[in-house]
Ligand binder design. Structure first.
Ligand SMILES: [Zn+2]
Length: 112
């Protein structure tokens, strides 16, 4: 199974499914934004995280996540959930909140 690492901003909940795994493990070292106090916890498949190849296999993943998080600083870290298989970074953005029903104007046939 290819290694997938999710990066989730501290203090926020994942907004998409985590990488497929029976158990997840959060790595001890989060990624810190170099420009502010934002940090992202890294979540991986437990079995892959404890593998002896993990340091080597995760290097590229961490490098591109670090870059994505650094670039996210310019948009105030609005993206709170990234995921990578080591080639591309997927940025998960929360779905737009739907308009609450109470805010909708009632339809009327009457013309003022
Ligand atoms: Zn930042």
């Amino acid at each position: 199974m290819p290694l997938i690492i999710a990066a989730i901003r501290s203090g926020t909940d994942p907004i998409a499914d985590l990488p497929p795994a029976a158990f997840h493990r959060t790595l001890e070292d989060p990624i810190y934004c170099p420009k502010c106090e934002a940090s992202y916890n890294l979540v991986v498949d437990y079995d892959q995280a404890v593998s002896r190849y993990f340091d080597n296999e995760s290097r590229r993943h961490l490098a591109i996540l670090r870059k994505a998080i650094m670039m996210g600083h310019t948009t105030d870290h609005r993206i709170t959930h990234y995921e990578t298989n080591g080639v591309v970074v997927i940025s998960h953005t929360p779905p737009k909140p739907s308009t609450p029903i109470a805010a909708l104007k009632p339809l009327t046939k009457l013309i003022n």
